[in-house]
Design a protein around this ligand. Sequence first.
Ligand SMILES: NC(=O)C1=CN([C@@H]2O[C@H](COP(=O)(O)OP(=O)(O)OC[C@H]3O[C@@H](n4cnc5c(N)ncnc54)[C@H](OP(=O)(O)O)[C@@H]3O)[C@@H](O)[C@H]2O)C=CC1
Ligand SMILES: CCCCCCCCCCCCCCCC(=O)[C@@H](N)CO
Length: 322
Amino acid sequence: MADAFFSFFVLLPLILLPILYFIVRPRPVKIPIVNRHVFITGGSSGIGLALAHRAAADGARVSIMARSLTKLEEAKSSINHATGIEVAVFAADVRDYDAVKKAVDEAGPIDVLLLNHGVFSALELEKMELSEVKSTLDINLMGCFNMIKAALPAMKNRKNVLPASIAIVSSQAGQVGIYGYVAYSASKFGLRGLAEALQQEVIGDNIHVSLIFPPDTDTPGLVEENKKKPELTKIIASSSGFMKADEVAQKAFDGIRHGSFFISCNMEGIALSLATSGLSPQRSFLMAFVEVITAGILRIAALCFQWNWYGSIEKWHKQRNC
Ligand SMILES: NC(=O)C1=CN([C@@H]2O[C@H](COP(=O)(O)OP(=O)(O)OC[C@H]3O[C@@H](n4cnc5c(N)ncnc54)[C@H](OP(=O)(O)O)[C@@H]3O)[C@@H](O)[C@H]2O)C=CC1
Ligand SMILES: CCCCCCCCCCCCCCCC(=O)[C@@H](N)CO
């Protein structure tokens, strides 16, 4: 018994930690925010607006982009009021590559590209029009491609030698599929593939990719979504907590500064990121250690969540049939 205890708590860390210290890739990095140009899509509302406030308060030069110029102007004056900083606003739809390119060129070389724009409405696929599926994918996924294609050349040619960042707002529904989020989860899972592959392509230019995974967050978008959310979506999504937009923004910038590939926002999010770490890059040897040590037990926890969720689905079907 004492031997097993010694092996697990002393020997294993002693052997594993130095190995992980040498092998984790990409290497750790520090990305400064002060005096850098932070460009935020969807910066006029909710999480994006909180990110813009945070960036301005942290001393960045901030640009925000969204479709509605009225909402952008409101955001601009609220940030100016709070921080005294003048943000640049750009009205463009992320689906329109030419408009995006024009905005990005006008804004000037970007140091931190924060892709936060997004649309969501929870609905069973059966009740959803294909046009809505397509626009969810076009905005959430293709919109990120358009932005990155437009911004990357100038980001690569930036004059300063400091590390740069491309940070993408996904969702916990981009780590696990959830009832009612068929289109939305697909769009957010797609972002993980994009981010993993892109990190390998841009590491040579000292550009670091992050994926941010918020739980339900108090925003105008969520208020709209809640008006017609299926009961089962509510039940399953309540497995994770609820956050305020400025708390998510704080977590996001903490992660971006460390170049973290996965940025979790709450405790459930940390468990989700550990459970779904798979072949994702990991810079921190300590986090890599936690991933290795918790893998088995988290798989059991994940199976318990599935047991619970499928139980809720079964119960709901039974009630409906009575
Ligand atoms: N709130 C939540 O519970 C969670 C949200 N997320 C993600 O966080 C991000 C922000 O969400 P949230 O703050 O709640 O959303 P909001 O609806 O409050 O804000 C969305 C922002 O995106 C902009 N936007 C939407 N469509 C486009 C488009 N086609 N082109 C350019 N800009 C666009 C909106 O401006 P406009 O309409 O004027 O274009 C607005 O600024 C999304 O990616 C969402 O998926 C992730 C997890 C949880
Ligand atoms: C093994 C450990 C597991 C840990 C717990 C798992 C909890 C999963 C909950 C997922 C919640 C999804 C919220 C989506 C929010 C969002 O994006 C929307 N508000 C926008 O539509």
